[in-house]
Design a protein around this ligand. Structure first.
Ligand code: NOJ
Ligand code: CA
Length: 583
């Protein structure tokens, strides 16, 4: 896999006395973590859960979702037109990747103005219409917050580079080189080459962890923090329910500019391999996240982290010592399980459950699609249902990626000349870039998969003829209808919404099984991750359940249509069984 370094509050009158007590306790506790000016608006339900713990999130890559004005590029009005689809699917919140004014060097992750919409995606008025229509659909909007860097076309950077004594000079990281053509140290950009670019205007070098067109902001400067925090408030006031924080671990660098340790070998760009010891994951970033959380809590907003971590201990840190940093740090350790392996997934689920509220992701616009990562080339549709049966039924919040629900495949470029993503041109053929996972959403069998009437910015793979929304809606056995059934169940089942996770049959190498239990409601999830039929049996007495059968709720196979005996459940290869334990 490619990895980059990188309840609504119920009416309070309807709450029981103990719940009221819990509510006020939580408000007081949350309030005490905040500055005197910041008033928390965080709302809890009777179980002490917040809205984002019950929501199903869905990532939209706007360039590729739906094109309303026939220019081959998706846009905000395209998203608005698809809100009914999203609601019917079972989506409660959409994260839109950057749609702000941008030269599009990194397809929007190079922001030139944080408080506007790029004309290619529409206008602020279009955003307001999207926000108001989304509200009618009970769908919240999450924006992307590109914190680490701006575009080199941002007015702040233009000022900063204009002279050494410009008031915004210190908003970015400028240093003298070690000599002519010698950058200040050995740090490398994660997108290839040195992380320093010489700027002849003032004869100094500026630092960029990503492309040279993405200069890093200097988060040690309080004016930068204030300006960036104000950006979040500006969007909260326009109805945004939270942010996905881009590249959080790259916010700070060692002010002493120590060289990073070099390790043997070369990376995909031919650069020496190194450990990013002095320019990633510096402890200072946690202070920023705590203060940003205080702003978010004023709006009952959620912060989702692009948190690439090496292990669970590192992931734990992003929740904050007092749960005062990110509510939803993404668990990429789960997405990094690179094969369909019951023991591996079991281990990852146990790990994240022990440290915080899990956030499960299978893929996104930077990661090869799950359909091909887990697929064996023959049973990909069945495997896609197993993956859905897994991450949509776990305790935690799932974050889907557009197209996953219809089994979209990667469509990697075949020739270097076709590559749009700059890292794919630089790293070809080892690194083909991320175009493959960013292709247009497949809506129907019309030209361009119904995404656009014009030639799309990226080519549609031939799989659109079978894997598209319109055709799959008509087929009760499709991946899409399976997603819909599981999501509908997730919304109506208290065991799924509120319940604990209890691992079962923990030594089974092929079948991943667990219970989700809330009070006297228990749901059994059984996932055959193997290519052979399996027979499983469950003894639930150790967890206090004496029932001997389950009422089938959702299954991807043909067996156990109505019910199953806990003594013996037959599973077809790559299949899912979900049943409610009989009371
Ligand atoms: C992570 C984003 O998901 C990716 O697409 C982008 O290139 C980098 N951060 C830089 O902003
Ligand atoms: Ca368009």
């Amino acid at each position: 896999m490619r990895t980059m370094q990188p309840a609504d509050l119920k009416d309070r009158n309807t709450l029981s006395r103990s719940s009221k007590l819990m509510y006020w306790l939580a408000v007081i506790l949350l309030g005490s973590c905040m500055s005197p000016k910041a008033k928390s608006q965080v709302k809890l339900d009777a179980e002490g859960h917040q809205w984002w713990q019950h929501a199903v999130f869905y990532e939209i890559y706007p360039r590729s979702f739906a094109d309303s004005n026939s220019d081959g590029i998706g846009d905000l009005n395209g998203i608005t037109a698809k809100l009914d689809y999203l609601k019917n699917l079972g989506v409660d919140a959409i994260w839109i990747t950057p749609c702000f004014p941008s030269p599009q060097v990194d397809f929007g992750y190079d922001v030139a103005d944080y408080e506007n919409i790029d004309p290619m995606y529409g206008t602020l008025a279009d955003f307001e219409r999207l926000a108001s229509e989304a509200k009618k659909h009970n769908i919240r909007i999450i924006m992307d917050f590109v914190m680490n860097h701006t575009s080199d076309q941002h007015a702040w950077f233009k000022e900063s580079r204009s002279s050494r004594d410009n008031p915004k000079r210190d908003w970015y990281i400028w240093r003298d080189g070690k000599g002519p053509n010698k950058p200040p140290n050995n740090w490398l950009s994660t997108f290839g080459g040195s992380a320093w670019k010489f700027d002849p205007i003032t004869g100094q070098w500026y630092y960029h962890f990503f492309y040279p067109e993405q200069p890093d902001l200097n988060w040690r400067n309080p004016d930068v923090e204030k300006a960036m925090f104000d950006v979040t408030s500006w969007w909260y006031q326009r109805g945004v329910a939270g942010f996905r924080l881009d590249a959080v671990d790259t916010l700070f660098e060692d002010p002493g500019l120590h060289d990073n340790p070099v390790v043997p070998g070369k990376n995909q760009y031919g650069d020496p391999r190194m450990q990013n010891l002095y320019n990633t994951k510096l402890p200072e970033l946690h202070g920023v996240l705590q203060r940003l959380r205080q702003v978010a809590d004023k709006y009952d907003a959620v912060l989702i982290g692009e948190t690439w971590t090496k292990d669970i201990d590192e992931l734990k840190q992003y929740y904050g010592e007092h749960s005062n940093e990110l509510q939803m740090p993404m668990d990429f350790l789960f997405a990094r399980v690179d094969k369909l392996s019951a023991p591996e997934f079991r281990k990852q689920i146990a790990g994240v459950n022990a440290v915080g509220w899990p956030v499960y992701v299978l893929s996104n616009h930077d990661i090869v699609r799950a359909y091909v990562r887990y697929g064996d080339g023959v049973h990909n549709d069945a495997i896609a249902k197993v993956m859905a049966g897994l991450y949509l039924t776990l305790r935690g919040t799932p974050l889907m990626y557009d197209g996953e629900e219809i089994g979209m495949t990667n469509n990697d470029p075949k020739r270097r000349g076709d590559v749009k993503d700059p890292i794919g041109r630089l790293g070809w053929p080892k690194e083909k870039g991320r175009d493959g996972e960013r292709t247009p959403m497949q809506w129907n069998t019309d030209a361009n998969a119904g995404f656009s009437q014009a030639k799309p910015w990226l080519p549609v793979p031939s799989s659109y003829k079978t894997h598209n929304v319109e055709s799959e809606l008509k087929n009760s056995d499709s991946i899409l209808n399976f997603y819909k059934r599981v999501l509908a169940l997730r919304h109506r089942s208290l065991a799924f919404r509120e319940g604990e996770y209890i691992a079962l049959n923990e030594t089974d190498p092929n079948v991943l099984s667990y219970l989700r239990r809330y009070k006297d409601e228990a749901v059994l999830v059984v996932l055959n991750m193997s290519s052979s039929p399996q027979q499983v049996s469950f003894n639930l007495q150790p967890v206090g359940i004496t029932a001997s059968s389950a009422k089938t709720l959702v299954t991807s196979g043909k067996a156990n249509r109505d019910s199953a005996s806990l003594k013996s459940i037959s599973l077809e290869p790559f299949s899912v069984y979900i049943g409610e334990i009989e009371k």
